[in-house]
Design a protein around this ligand. Structure first.
Ligand SMILES: [Zn+2]
Length: 258
């Protein structure tokens, strides 16, 4: 049976001095040899450095991936490239998917590896950073952060979690379950769906009631100040999530997370 090997090939680090470069070489080589496309399970091809579309492409379905590696866990934000470029791509739904990888140098292995599908990204999750200072080499350049906290759990599809590999079938299944978000083109609509998914995550229950979700009414009102019918909107989103197989409606006003 296929299983992912979590160890990093340390011999590849020979000749490199900077820790950042060593991490890049080791983690990229690891993704190329152990990673696979979550959309079709085919192998991944490493793209040349500085290719604008990303770091890897699926040899079969051409889905593109950008790799972010870090020694520590990813917390609230991931630092990414130029804001204007990323904002434009996300608005058009043509950004790459993101691979996030945590490694541990002590045991030379990958501890966490997951993919954030591009259909979870909307412009409001791309935070504009301050322009670089006039004294900087690229003075005035504006980078961006991707706000991870706004991405629901379903948007983190784990291959390896705390050192343990998930099965390929599960990765594929978890990916397919999220594809309905690709049909939602309008960022405002998608923003609503993602927000309600986040509320469901926060409840951390297998089953919940409509009132449980209504408890988020004021928080959602703050987020969508122009909407006067928050409860209607919540129910509409719950229906979408049911139709897409994310939730199940039980008897009156009860919901179950599938
Ligand atoms: Zn593929």
């Amino acid at each position: 049976m296929y299983s992912m090997d979590t160890s990093l090939n340390w011999r590849l680090a020979e000749g490199y001095k900077s820790p950042a470069q060593i991490a890049k070489v080791l983690t990229e080589a690891w993704v190329e040899s152990q990673g696979y496309c979550p959309a079709c399970l085919s192998s991944l091809k490493k793209l040349k450095d500085n290719t604008p579309v990303g770091d890897f492409v699926c040899a079969q379905c051409r889905e593109e991936y950008e790799l972010k590696s870090k020694k520590d866990y990813f917390s609230k934000k991931i630092v990414d490239g130029a804001w204007s470029e990323m904002n434009k791509k996300v608005s058009k739904g043509i950004s790459p998917n993101f691979f996030l990888l945590n490694y541990e140098l002590r045991d030379r292995s990958v501890h966490n590896f997951y993919v954030v599908p591009k259909h979870f990204l909307i412009p409001s999750l791309i935070e504009k950073r301050k322009p670089l200072a006039p004294t900087a080499r690229r003075a005035g350049w504006v980078g961006c952060n991707i706000l991870l906290t706004e991405i629901p759990q379903a948007g983190r599809i784990y291959y390896i979690k705390d050192g343990y590999a998930e099965s390929r079938d599960k990765v594929l299944n978890n990916w397919n379950k999220t594809l309905f978000l690709r049909d939602q083109k309008a960022p405002e609509q998608k923003g609503w769906t993602l927000s309600v998914m986040n509320c469901v995550d926060k409840l951390a229950k297998d089953e919940f009631s409509l009132n449980d979700i209504y408890a988020f009414e004021s928080a959602l009102k703050e987020k969508f100040p122009n909407n006067r019918h928050i409860k209607d909107k919540i129910r509409q989103q719950l229906q979408i999530l049911r139709d897409k197989g994310y939730l199940e409606f039980k008897d009156k006003g009860r919901y179950r997370v599938i």
